[in-house]
Design a binder for this molecule. Structure first.
Ligand code: PEP
Ligand code: MG
Length: 295
């Protein structure tokens, strides 16, 4: 794989119409972020920041988050890193947050909803992210977005974090892009208001398929239903791409389907311009996209 990745490095993927397709990696740990570079990733398309909060009973301080995020971003040596704000709840327990399986479950207060419900937690993380953005290529992304009001509140929280750093004279930088994850079917069906002022959206196809098919992917009996091979999923992503393109917002996919060569080719045809996947999947997906021109 590593050899294949080296051989393919320097051969960027384009659609038949000449548009660039970015092949990025998902990372849930600093080790995975380092592996992304070896695997030929052009970016981290999804950094799951839950690693900062897991396996500990207390909350990480702002300085601690700055240090650990800086290590990840610096490991990417100038490639952009998409930092997703905390996505607690659902199937992601966090000992320090005292989450309830139902209230904070898949249909409850999770993802951005939880960050907005815990402003001090969100503020600390956003300050850390802006500090890490000083002189580094960083994109920021909010998970589990449902309404435009949530996006507006998230952006206000970023403004408040920036203002507080400026007031204190603490150095900070601007993210090169701000985006949201599309994981809730409503956000894919009617994305118009959500897209306003965003640079990108990234489809979390794992959750999007689960919610669309009403199938919990952690329940063995129904998990196969949550596979993204139902036509409803392609249709949702197609609609989203159309609405996003009309507004100059680029679309990525960071769910597992992005790492399957056949799905990846179909996603590019729908208009997706960033595929973010497990580092080990990049070589095969790239091979597939270089072999059969899209469009
Ligand atoms: C997704 O839902 O597809 C996704 C990428 O987010 P996560 O797997 O972290 O929930
Ligand atoms: Mg998700």
């Amino acid at each position: 794989r590593r050899e294949q990745a080296r051989e393919l490095a320097g051969r960027p993927v384009h659609t038949a119409a000449g548009e660039r397709v970015e092949l990025a990696a998902n990372a849930s740990t600093p080790a995975e972020a380092r592996a992304a570079v070896d695997a030929g990733a052009e970016a981290i398309g999804l950094l799951r920041t839950e690693f900062l909060f897991s396996e500990r009973a207390d909350l990480p301080s702002e300085d601690e988050q700055v240090d650990r995020l800086t290590a990840v971003v610096d490991a990417l040596a100038g490639r952009p890193v998409t930092v997703r704000t905390l996505d607690a709840g659902g199937d992601k327990p966090m000992p320090a947050l005292d989450l309830d399986p139902v209230r904070n479950g898949f249909l409850g207060v999770r993802g951005l909803r939880l960050s907005l419900a815990r402003p001090e937690l969100f503020h600390t993380q956003l300050r850390a992210i802006l500090r890490v953005a000083t002189g580094r290529r960083l994109r920021v992304m909010f998970p589990m977005v449902t309404t435009a009001d949530e996006v507006a509140r998230a952006r206000e929280a970023v403004d408040a974090a920036r203002d507080s750093l400026a007031r204190e004279g603490v150095p900070y930088g601007e993210p090169e892009a701000v985006g949201i994850m599309v994981e809730v079917p409503a956000a894919a069906v009617a994305p118009e208001d959500l897209l306003d002022g965003l640079d990108f959206v990234s489809v979390g196809s794992n959750d999007l398929a689960a919610y669309t098919m009403a199938a919990d992917r952690t329940v063995t009996e129904v998990a196969p239903l949550a596979q993204p091979d139902h036509p409803a999923i392609a249709r949702l992503i197609g609609w989203l791409c159309e609405a996003a393109r009309a507004r100059g917002v680029w679309v990525g996919v960071c769910g597992e389907m992005a790492g399957e060569p056949e799905y990846a080719a179909g996603l590019v045809d729908l208009g997706v311009r960033e595929l973010s996947m497990a580092p080990g999947a990049i070589a095969d997906v790239k091979q597939r996209l270089l072999t059969v021109p899209a469009d």
